[in-house]
Design a protein around this ligand. Structure first.
Ligand code: SUG
Length: 448
């Protein structure tokens, strides 16, 4: 049976703004308080989805969340009508209003960890929503994420959904941003690669000194257990704490994998040799041949990687077995990174082509091409069981573009977030979106 890796991209929400909310994420910190352009952000994201669809990849779309999150503000003690809740929060605790307005759910690589049916004990595709509990503005995403994923992958015969792990730092889970899967073919059993930043219960693992390590070993192990993965199909590795302190807040800022290949920076991991050997041995036992493509620090520094987001790229398989790398424009703007990429494709190795996308609006908050997509490997039967409303087509692209043009503002600053009219605009837009994507009622304002 034919299998696919489907990329579900997060649609940027109408409140996209630069709140400076993510300590440890260099772009988020350095663009704090700048005015954003939500309309442009959403159109840039849609252009990438359309381009991948036009290249022949199966592309899906994941809906944004209801923001401002009035219920979250109410749980923090603000009361009255919705407009009064927003007004009070703006007066008394602007940082909380900003957090409750974040469009951060667009980075759907953090929405969940997904294990394809070929890897799981019960033969279903498993999803665990990420608790994202390192940052308040992201910790409020998972209930709606679970409802949206449930509406997209509703068929219980094929899809199993797990609630987010306990919301404490010891089980900090950032979803697929720290998870990659290696396989010979998407439909065959593979090796799932979980990368953690620290251990919560075992102090033999070193931790970063400056910035938080968002993913714990214990969270990764819990997800592997929930999904029914076998030891033969799992490898755990620790991120180098020094790169977390240099701004690599997720593993997908320093490494990306696809098929049998891992493309990574020389400084990405601890105990790299042992880790590569384990990946290679476990993949070989499943009939695959592991290929490691290491980018040396002499050519691209960790700082270059963080600035350009070279590794936050999408590594995609082409029909002839070679691979294509989707990178953000910031890679072209960095001379060393661009030279490296020219050399890489000229060498005629596994990665033969690089395509550049303008995702500046998202990049300024630390979200590149890979952050914007959640990969779900599906066989033909499973793909047929996905809610067809969320699979990208030319007409859907047309409808979503028109929807953005109609509902989105082209400028958003802190004062705009305090405008109670924004809440009404967002709810009107999202209500229409759930009809376009045939999701049913998934938002708090639709179900309460
Ligand atoms: O969690 N930025 C996101 C970026 C997530 C990128 N995802 C992956 N690498 N997979 C984060 O730090 C910034 C929001 C703000 O500052 O307004 C933010 O949440």
């Amino acid at each position: 049976m034919k299998s696919y890796e489907v990329n579900f991209d997060g649609l940027v929400g109408p409140t996209h703004n630069y709140g400076g909310l993510s300590y440890g994420n260099v772009a988020s910190q350095s663009n704090s308080q700048q005015a954003s352009n939500p309309k442009e952000a959403a159109l840039q994201g849609l252009a990438k989805m359309k381009a991948l669809m036009d290249m022949g990849f199966v592309q899906g779309v994941l809906a944004p969340q209801e923001r401002p999150d009035v219920a979250a503000l109410r749980s923090l003690g603000f009361a009255g009508t919705d407009a009064q809740v927003i007004e009070q929060a703006a007066k008394q605790a602007m940082p909380l209003l900003v957090a409750s307005c974040s469009a951060s759910s667009m980075w759907v690589a953090n929405a969940a960890t997904v294990s394809p049916s070929a890897d799981t004990a019960d033969g279903r595709v498993h999803f665990t929503a990420a608790n994202l509990n390192c940052k308040y503005h992201r910790s409020i995403e998972h209930p709606t994420t679970s409802r949206v994923l449930g509406a997209m992958f509703a068929d219980q015969q094929h899809f199993a959904h797990h609630a987010a792990l306990p919301a404490v730092a010891q089980f900090g889970d950032e979803g697929a941003a720290n998870h990659t899967r290696f396989c010979r073919d998407y439909g065959e059993a593979g090796v799932e690669f979980f990368v953690f930043g620290r251990s919560a219960f075992d102090n033999r693992y070193p931790a970063p000194q400056k910035y938080p390590a968002r993913q714990t070993l214990e969270a990764s192990q819990a997800v592997a257990r929930l999904h029914g993965l076998s030891d033969a199909g799992v490898v755990y590795a620790q991120q180098n704490p020094a790169v977390i302190d240099a701004g690599v807040f997720h593993n997908d800022v320093i490494a990306v994998g696809n098929g049998e290949a891992l493309f990574y920076h020389e400084d990405a991991f601890l105990h790299t040799e042992a880790m590569l050997k384990e990946l290679s041995d476990k993949l070989a036992a499943r009939g695959g041949q592991f290929k490691a493509i290491c980018v040396p620090r002499s050519q691209v520094t960790v700082e270059d990687a963080v600035r350009s987001y070279l590794f936050n790229s999408q590594l995609l398989s082409r029909a002839d077995g070679s691979m294509l790398l989707i990178v953000p424009q910031e890679c072209q703007n960095n001379e060393r990174v661009w030279n490296y990429l020219q050399g890489l494709t000229a060498a005629n190795g596994l990665i033969r082509e690089v395509k550049v996308f303008d995702l500046k609006q998202s990049m300024q908050n630390g979200g590149g091409p890979a952050c914007l997509r959640l990969r779900v490997a599906l066989n033909e039967t499973e793909l047929a069981a996905v809610n067809p409303g969320v699979i990208m087509t030319a007409p859907l692209y047309g409808s979503l573009t028109q929807w953005v043009q109609k509902h989105y503002r082209d400028r958003m600053s802190e004062t705009d977030l305090a405008d109670p009219q924004l809440l009404l605009e967002c709810r009107t837009a999202l209500d229409e979106l759930t009809q376009i994507l045939k999701l049913g009622a998934v938002y708090p304002f639709q179900i309460n």
